[in-house]
Design a protein around this ligand. Sequence first.
Ligand code: ARG
Length: 563
Amino acid sequence: MDYKAYIAKHINAEGISAEEIAGAIAVPPDPALGDYALPCFKFAKTMRKSPVKIAEELAAAYPTDGVVESVGALNGYLNFKIAKSGLAEETIRRIEEEGSKYGSSDMGMGKTVCIDYSSVNIAKPFHIGHLSTTVLGGALYRIFKALGYKVVGINHLGDYGTQFGKLISAYKRWGDRETVQKGGIHAVNDLYVRFNNEADEAMEREAREYFRLIESGDPEANALFEWFKELTLEYVKTIYDRLHITFDSYAGERFYTDKMAPVIEELRQKGMLVESQGAQIVDLEPYGMPPCLILRSDGASLYATRDLAAAIYRKETYDFDKCLYVVAYQQNLHFKQVFKVLELMGKEWAKDLVHVAYGMVSLEDGAMSTRKGQVVWLEDVIRRCVEKAYAVISEKNPALENKEEVAEKVGVGAVIFGALYNNKIKDIVFSYDKALNFDGETSVYVQYTCARARSVLNRAEESGIGYRGAKIAEPNASESELIKALAEYPDVVKGAAENYEPSMIARYAVGTAQKFNKFYIESKIMQAETDDLRAYRLALTDAALITLKNALGLLGIGVPEKM
Ligand code: ARG
């Protein structure tokens, strides 16, 4: 049941709609106050009464029934206690019934969300700087899908620019087919780095000329470019597979080569293009921003030009309700400019473009730079995490079967969770030790909790004890806390979508795992006093396992059966 909607329906506050009330209802931080609370401050103006008075009057008028056990007013808040066994019954039954679908809904039915994420640069290293966009975007992709939206995952490949001219120049000078084919992206990157270290003026000129050849459709230059692109994509796909990331489109910057001219024409016709020092720009000074560069003085297009074309193309192709750009906050200005230009062009849908900005990830031990070749490859971070996971689980449980498989889930999970646990805008420093701490706020803690739940259920099943559909008992304190958390899950998923904040699910998973462990320690499950009580606690264990698995699943993290 949607308790917020249920409560709202039973409140009669003059001039305030049930939706507004439901939207204002929250879960109080201190469970002693109640299961749900309605702050009345917002209504003071409309109702022309003090919040304290509003809360008191509404509390007195609230009809008690089997669902809401008690209602109280305190300091301008209306506090509700839900009948415990009713909530337990309802929540456990719902989770049993919905299983892996628990948390999903159809609220997004008929709506389309485009998500531009990961968007790696061809022929450059897939480094730790791309971790957040990849896993954040991947999580948002699954979250919106679970909520019934049609989702289009777009990898806006960085496959356009003079670096490809440099690469061809370097390859012709120092490369050979076999080494590059064998070495893949690493060999390609070595060439790029060497070019940047050794290039003089003549080589730079040559690189620009090669880029021009790509642009003008020269077959040899294009064949080389396509080859470098293929090598890069082959490689990044192996990483996407491990992180459980998929895309519906790989239309990168180059895809828009022939789609920019109409946009530039439209800008010109609308009188928005201004010449400035030979370049073509859109003046954004009235909006407190530097100009948006559309064409350089040599006629070349820019990153922003391609993004303008891309946004228009996406609107025409997918007719999105929202288009998200999961890109680091360093590009705040870029997106503000692009969105503004589209708005000025009269695209009313410009308001549906959202820059989902996130902070930097660095490792405990130092910085990186692509040009000088000192860069932390994402592949290495994953490998180290999986190796470490292997060591940790071997030590904890030497007899464990499929250690490799478990280590993959735990290690990859730690990388993903490490990038998702904090509010996305925060800069984070990734620590291997912290990410793999069994007792920390980590994915491995949640995974271990799941394995623990699984093992109790297995023991029951092996002894022929059933629990699905078990009679629900009156919950004790720790059971009640756990049940409340489980009941909240669908709202958490919705909140994560509304705020573009998968960290809400990551935090929820840790909090719920903690509540499960408290229950696990405090309530005897297999040793319960009666058969009924045991079946009920097993059913609760099952419900917790399903919910935690679903939560981690939305983040792209698998759950091992045993650990
Ligand atoms: N390739 C860019 C980078 O690595 C990110 C592209 C983001 N998407 C976009 N539509 N601009 O910085």
